[in-house]
Write a protein that binds this ligand. Structure first.
Ligand SMILES: C[S@@+](CC[C@H](N)C(=O)[O-])C[C@H]1O[C@@H](n2cnc3c(N)ncnc32)[C@H](O)[C@@H]1O
Length: 294
């Protein structure tokens, strides 16, 4: 195993952390793993060196059925799932974002097989969310255009943190509302207060491509980047400032970047050194931009 922590980014982030109040490392935290680093490693090997009950949130997207040719592709679901369960804190969350391969007109259903396996290692399937894409280049001649991927929200027991994201309601304020329609069929009305916002649904829609997925051109040297906003929305939902966020297959470093800009601590791992370099460059650029902020 070759493990190279990006000390440079780690140091920059540590400087930034001085400006915000970040809680001290939890006592159970592994001293072997340096936070705010991107590691070039097989994720199983690195996760095996982590203490148990260490990570608050994992946001990750595995290789989909070998759909893309990643450098150094190597995938062991069994060990990945067991290690994720071991290192996740009680009440912590793993967001597992997946799609299926379609071969000879038949969907592989790998995503469901994986979700079922996560249950067997001890996770609750807390929610099945949809990542809907605004831009849908992929088309089939004999089926509707696929526009989504699954986001399995797996929890180790009941989630310890939930900061629900809200949307504005269409109508707000005081309004006459239907009330207690009785057996006589008469629709009575009562003056009520409509709330200005409500909790979002579990279908999240994002634009993809440059300035949708991200504005970092360098990220697109990786073939399968997910939107920054998607990672950020999960980070804000399931963690608080200072929490530890992992992406064991971090690719271009989207999860790590959004953890950093939201004052969380991160660990990124990728089996490809080329992708680790992209992630480190994105992190360094984002950290430089943050340092210039008033
Ligand atoms: C779908 S991509 C992740 C993309 C990432 N979410 C982003 O926004 O850039 C999956 C990544 O898993 C990595 N990978 C595959 N097997 C791995 C392993 N055993 N350990 C660590 N990384 C692995 C690949 O190199 C690839 O970058």
């Amino acid at each position: 195993m070759e493990v190279i922590a990006d000390e440079r980014v780690g140091e920059m982030v540590m400087e930034l952390e001085m400006a915000v109040i970040v809680p001290a490392l939890p006592p159970e935290c592994s001293i072997k793993i340096k936070l705010n680093s991107v590691y070039h490693s097989d994720c199983v090997e690195l996760m095996e060196s982590m203490e148990e009950n260490f990570v608050d949130l994992t946001v990750t997207s595995p290789p989909y059925d070998g759909l893309r040719n990643y450098n150094g592709y190597h995938f062991k679901l069994d060990s990945i799932a067991k290690n994720l369960f071991r290192i996740t804190k009680k009440g912590g969350i793993v967001v597992w974002i997946v799609g299926d391969k379609i071969k000879n007109g038949n969907r592989s259903l790998t995503c469901f097989k994986q979700a079922l396996f996560f249950q067997t290692v001890g996770f609750n399937v807390h929610d099945i969310m949809i990542y809907q894409k605004k831009n849908t280049p992929f088309m089939r001649t004999n089926a509707y255009t696929n526009c989504f991927e699954f986001m399995f929200v797996l929890s180790k027991g009941s989630p310890k943190t939930f900061n629900p994201l809200k949307v504005k309601t269409v109508r707000q304020g005081r309004e006459m509302m239907p009330f207690n329609k009785g057996a006589d069929g008469i629709n009575r009305k009562i003056l009520g207060e409509l709330k200005p916002e409500k909790t979002r649904t579990n279908i999240w829609e994002y634009a993809t491509g440059l300035h949708g997925t991200t504005s970092d051109k360098i990220a697109f040297k990786h073939p399968a980047v997910f939107p920054e906003k998607l990672a950020e929305d999960h980070i804000l939902s399931w963690t608080n400032e200072g929490d530890i966020i992992l992406d064991p297959m971090c690719g271009s470093g989207t999860t790590c970047k959004m953890a950093m800009v939201n004052n969380r601590r991160y660990i990124g791992i990728d089996i490809s050194e080329e992708y680790c370099e992209i992630a480190r460059k994105r992190l360094a650029a984002a950290s430089g931009r943050m340092a210039k902020l008033p």
